[in-house]
Design a protein around this ligand. Structure first.
Ligand code: FAD
Length: 351
């Protein structure tokens, strides 16, 4: 007899960072849960994410969730005995205007009530923490000691391990193919069999809108999302950074929200990740249909699009210009990174 589960309390569709985290938390809460992943865990956006872990937000709820996540990441590896690359480097968030610095002040105050030690920084102190930075046009900065980066694939595997330890079932290479209703329960269909359950979690990443369509006959709504092409690139090793780093450890992450990028030390090189104002959507027009499967795949490099950000970041940290481009990652991402109708620092209207 097959041991494929036929009933559970919760079925999670998707085994990226989000699905694995849901499985971990639901199983630890004592509920029966089955996670279905159509390929291998992390096959969607998760395997190629840069893995930056901010705590900063201007929303109380988002900040609280991020604060909780960082606390979890500090203890998870030991809890489930799954070592992970997790670097708590701290971050410096740059303010180009008095208004931006006021926003930082507000976040700092909110963070204090959540037990976090965000600190305002004077421009004159920036070089103490980040000797390679140009500061002449800045108004202030915020230091976040808890910021850092984690290997997203390892994190997902650790969460999945913790979920299994708490009783969750994880079925890999098992796509959910549809849902129906019977006797007040959901039936989740797969090629290996049907699973009856009370609740379904849609954690299908950039396929979430497609999965959401299955729920429309039962009163569900369109999942509002667009798949964006999001890039970051890694430089080759930079000898000056290597020499500094061997003495002083890892640089804090730089976040420039006004120019809209992050710059992080990766081994002895740098990782530049812009959040593009005029970013590019994929799989939204008939001539660019969404593939049935895009597991562990990337889009072609499109570095020309990043030219403005690269130049801006090189003016901020000239050291960046001394490292040749090593590797570019251009992958599908589903959150929205742009603010429609706003203006970027180039004065261009955003699309
Ligand atoms: C270049 C890049 C850099 C990024 N950097 C960062 C960063 O620094 N920090 C950060 O927080 N975020 C970052 N992100 C965003 C991050 O990658 C995503 O927010 C995150 O990985 C989303 O996880 P997820 O579990 O929602 O989706 P996914 O990882 O896409 O997982 C969804 C899973 O669902 C599965 N699936 C789909 N349909 C079905 C089905 N019918 N049945 C079963 N399984 C199904 C897929 O195979 C996939 O494994 C970055 C993204 C990109 C592209």
């Amino acid at each position: 007899m097959s041991d494929f589960p036929t009933s559970t309390r919760v079925v999670i569709i998707g085994g990226g960072a989000v699905g694995a985290s849901c499985a971990y938390h639901i199983a630890k809460a004592g509920w029966d849960v089955v996670l279905l992943e159509k390929n291998e865990l992390t096959a969607g956006s998760t395997w190629h994410a840069a893995g930056n872990c901010p705590s900063f937000s201007t929303s109380w709820a988002v900040m609280n969730m991020q604060r909780y996540s960082l606390e979890l990441y500090r203890t998870l590896a030991d809890e489930v005995d799954y070592p992970m690359n997790y670097h708590v480097t701290g971050s410096i968030r740059l303010g180009h205007s008095k208004e931006r610095v006021m926003e930082f002040e507000r976040a700092r105050a909110m963070g204090r009530y959540q037990g976090m030690d965000l600190e305002m920084m004077q421009v004159s102190d920036l070089k103490d923490k980040y000797p390679f930075i140009e500061t002449h046009d800045l108004s202030g900065a915020l230091y976040d000691p808890d910021d850092g980066d984690i290997d997203p694939a390892q994190l997902t595997q650790a969460l999945a391990k913790g979920a299994r330890m708490a009783g969750a079932r994880i079925e890999r290479f098992c796509p959910a193919t549809g849902v129906s209703r019977a006797n007040g329960e959901w039936i989740v269909h797969t090629d290996k069999g049907d699973i009856r359950c009370e609740k379904v979690v849609n954690a299908a990443g950039y396929y979430a809108q497609r999965v959401g369509e299955w729920f429309k006959p039962f009163g569900g709504r369109t999942v509002p999302m667009t798949v964006m092409s999001h890039q970051y690139f890694l430089t080759e090793e930079i000898p000056e950074l290597k020499a500094w780093s061997e003495e002083n450890g890892k640089l804090p992450l730089l976040r420039d929200v006004d120019s809209s990028y992050y710059l992080r030390q990766e081994k002895f090189g740098l990782n530049l990740g812009p959040y593009e104002r005029n970013c590019k959507a994929h799989w939204v027009t008939p001539d660019d249909p969404m593939p049935e499967d895009f597991s562990f795949q990337l889009y072609p490099d499109d570095l020309d699009r990043l030219e403005w950000y690269i130049e801006d970041a090189m003016a901020r940290v000239p050291l960046l210009g001394t490292g040749g481009v090593g590797r570019n990652i251009n992958g599908p991402s589903h959150p929205r990174y742009t603010i429609p109708g706003g203006r970027d620092r180039r004065g261009k209207a955003e699309s």
